[in-house]
Design a binder for this molecule. Structure first.
Ligand code: GLN
Length: 471
């Protein structure tokens, strides 16, 4: 079955299908495939059926909304009222939010049908989705391989045809990496463009809710519906909801400028990645791109800067899980609660990051690490601003390697962190980025190429992306 929402909508409008029927197809795929892929941690079939039946009525009486009947999976760190939101962690295993995240509220108001909650690396910390307390997600293209993380469940659910689209979150690449590894489209909008209200915090100055789809158009529709100012989020940008779908298919300008890294800064990439990268660049040229080389001045500082800031913010954000206010509560032999709760409730990667974060924030090291990282972050931002003064978009691979095997990098956290080399800079600078399925590796696994644009330039980014993938 083709799982494009745009195509479904045309068919629904022509009365050749129904929302209810489409939902049932997705639900049977979930039943058949989810036990092995482990993409969804919970499904809400009853609520989804009720929503789909309302959607059918609305198509019938001419009041269909922008996402009417779109079947969506939501990453399990995005709050859903009355439905378990675990963050992939034992510490929140039985946590049921009392409110919907703004993005979820907007999905519902636009007519979307929420089918389930997607698996993730615990608290969105990871690049392979092997850090979930509820088991790894497998890549639907080849189950011996990782789907990418941390929004691996969202990407795998879309790729395995369990839903039309999905929401994820991206702090340092967690939408773009799994999109690349699963062969779907995944976008991280500009920081502040989508409300973070109800997104469980990891690195608050980096976090952004992102969108997955099988096409640029579906991704754009989903993004438009959840974007826009929200007074529940103090860092929400004062902009109306975006309407990128309107300009998506506009012809490209006769000439536009694409910035690329000098080949020396792509040296760490695998040959498969480089081949698809060069083919993508050629295609952009045939679309009229003028190419300029931009050396990223702080490339070697990207991973350290990101992991200092992200872990510092995570250590602070996760201090609320103390066994008193939220989630699980464990009591140690001596009657002590906080240490017992945190050491039993958090997995090893989360504990590692809390340790690093508290270290870089400790009084003796604060200036040497945390303050320094903030200064480097500003330099990275300035470098981006200089690049976008002369370029419309920036082309890079989404990841330096194709998907790797489950377990392959688990023992080597540093190798895992290096997977993020091309994604973290967009979060540090706050700019939007999109991963597009542009080819496959020699062993047939998906590869994603990434375009980034200046702050709030999603319409331009999606327009170029649309023409690039030839949708
Ligand atoms: N892989 C990165 C990390 O582990 C990014 C995670 C994310 O974007 N949530 O921090």
């Amino acid at each position: 079955m083709n799982t494009s929402y745009t195509q479904f909508r045309t068919e629904r409008e022509a009365n050749t299908t129904t929302c209810a029927k489409t939902l049932e197809t997705f639900l049977s795929t979930i039943d058949a495939v989810n036990p092995s892929i482990n993409a969804l941690l919970s499904t809400s079939a009853d609520e989804a059926r009720a929503a789909a039946s309302e959607s059918d009525q609305r198509f019938q009486n001419g009041t269909a909304r922008p996402l009417e009947g779109m079947v969506v999976a939501v990453k399990d760190n995005i709050s859903t009222k009355g439905t378990r939101t675990t963050c992939g962690s034992k510490i929140l295993e039985n946590f049921v939010p009392v409110y919907d995240a703004t993005a979820v509220q907007r999905l519902k108001a636009a007519g979307a049908v929420i089918v389930g909650k997607a698996n993730l690396d615990e608290f969105a910390m990871g690049s392979s989705n092997e850090n979930s307390a509820f088991g790894a997600v497998k890549n639907p293209v080849n189950q011996e391989y990782v789907p990418g993380g941390s929004s691996g469940g969202s990407a795998a659910a879309v790729a395995a045809k369990m839903c039309h689209t999905a929401l994820g979150s991206d702090t340092g690449g967690s939408v773009r990496t799994p999109a690349a590894f699963c062969g779907v489209v995944g976008m991280k909008p500009t920081y502040g463009r989508v409300s973070r209200y109800g997104l469980v915090a990891y690195g608050s100055s980096l976090d952004q809710i992102g969108q997955f789809g099988t096409s640029v158009e579906d991704t754009a529709r989903l993004y438009d519906a959840v974007s826009g100012f929200d007074d529940h989020d103090a860092t929400s940008a004062h902009y109306e909801p975006h309407n990128t779908v309107q300009s998506l298919k506009n012809p490209l300008p006769a000439s536009f400028t694409v910035a690329v890294l000098p080949e020396s800064q792509l040296q760490g990439c695998s040959e498969d990645v480089l081949n698809v990268y060069h083919a993508t660049l050629e295609r952009l040229k045939t679309l009229g791109a003028k190419v300029v080389s931009h050396e990223m001045k702080y490339m070697s500082a990207l991973i350290p800067t990101y992991y200092i800031i992200a872990t510092a913010e995570a250590a602070s954000n996760l201090s609320r899980y103390d066994g008193v206010r939220y989630g699980a509560r464990k009591i140690g032999a001596d009657g002590e609660v906080t240490t017992a709760t945190r050491s039993q409730g958090f997995g090893s990667e989360v504990r590692r990051r809390i340790m690093i974060g508290n270290y870089v924030l400790s009084s003796g090291y604060y200036d040497a690490y945390y303050t320094k990282a903030l200064k480097v972050r500003r330099l990275i931002y300035n470098d981006y601003k200089a690049m976008f003064a002369e370029a419309d978009v920036f082309l890079m691979p989404a990841t330096p390697t194709p998907p790797f095997k489950l377990g392959e990098k688990l023992a080597d956290p540093l190798a895992m962190y290096l997977e993020d080399i091309f994604t973290v800079s967009a979060n540090l600078a706050g700019v939007p980025g999109i991963s597009l399925p542009m080819g496959t590796s020699t062993n047939g696994l998906p590869l994603g190429m990434q375009l980034q644009a200046n702050h709030f330039d999603e319409a331009k980014l999606l327009n170029i992306a649309y023409h690039l993938v030839g949708a």
